[in-house]
Design a protein around this ligand. Sequence first.
Ligand SMILES: [Fe+2]
Length: 384
Amino acid sequence: MPLYHTLGQIPHKRHTQFRKPDGTLYAEELVSTEGFNDVYSLVYHLYPPTRVKHIGEAVNLTPKVAVARNMQHRSLLGYNTAPQDDYLQSRSIALTNADCQIIFAAPRKSMEYFYKNAEADELVFVHEGTGTLLTGYGELKFGYGDYIHIPRGIIHQFQFDTPNNRLFIVESFSTIRYPKRYLNRSGQLLEHAPFCERDIRLPQNLKTHDEQGDFLVQIKKEQHLYPYTYASHPFDFIGWDGCCYPSIFSIHDFEPITGRVHQPPPVHQTFEAHNFVICSFVPRLYDYHPQSIPAPYHHSNVESDEVLYYVDGDFMSRKHVVKGQITLHPIGIPHGPHPGTVEKSIGAKETKELAVMVDTFRPLMLTEAAMQIEDKEYFKSWMA
Ligand SMILES: [Fe+2]
């Protein structure tokens, strides 16, 4: 996102001669978004990024849609998604539309290949696990509660410290940004924003890999995976600068905004993209009006499918919620607190809940994988 950053060596002037110790030129690459109209970085490689040796058979990853028109409250048990050794194979698309896809993943092993999503930004929320995201731009250590933002086009590799990893991934077909209303005219986060630049972790520890051989980069585009074999290591950057690179924001650094009466979901907003937003519900003090009701009111979400991913703590408005569970409350029918939770919330001083919400402005479709982890009785849960 739009903070200027630089690592390694770069020439004083862009698009000028920049030579290796042996006198040959480094290969300059402009990594730009929306053509030339949005954020970009200038990268300097040891070798040109174009040296393709082999292209394998494409693999179709298009999710099989089970419910194309959803008109029912749903609940999915994300932790029932089976762990798998391989990172890409472990990714199970549960919800999808033309703007985004919501994915559960429980990878057990680090990647021995490289991955690039050519058409979507990825926001990887780390529910369980620690490790390092390796990129040509540098490294990012990650752990519980981190939102790892990987802009489209960035080749990366996940290294996990242990086999116990649980990831909640949002794949966005438009650029993921911090909300515009949090930013001043120069792109700096404003005082009223619930986080600031100090909370955003940038790539560090750039290591230049001068290696030649066979390097498999799995490239995702139009729901297919293309295995490309390159002749040099993708992380051969000698240096780079710009505003397009991977970064991390931890949900634990989100400072909640509270009030005398119930605050609406926009106070929890963390990211925005075309046709959807992402919000963080974090431990916070409850409303302090003497007559306040901390539990949320019933809500007719007329123009938004609401996905809530439960991370940790107790969930004041829901019963029988477990870690890794999703509720999906679609456009068209109201939802609200479960019976008994409104009275129970009165007088409570604080909540420990931790959750991620994805509100999509167009309906989501459920996949066959989603139906396998569905709590099929959820829509009746207000009758209890
Ligand atoms: Fe709602």
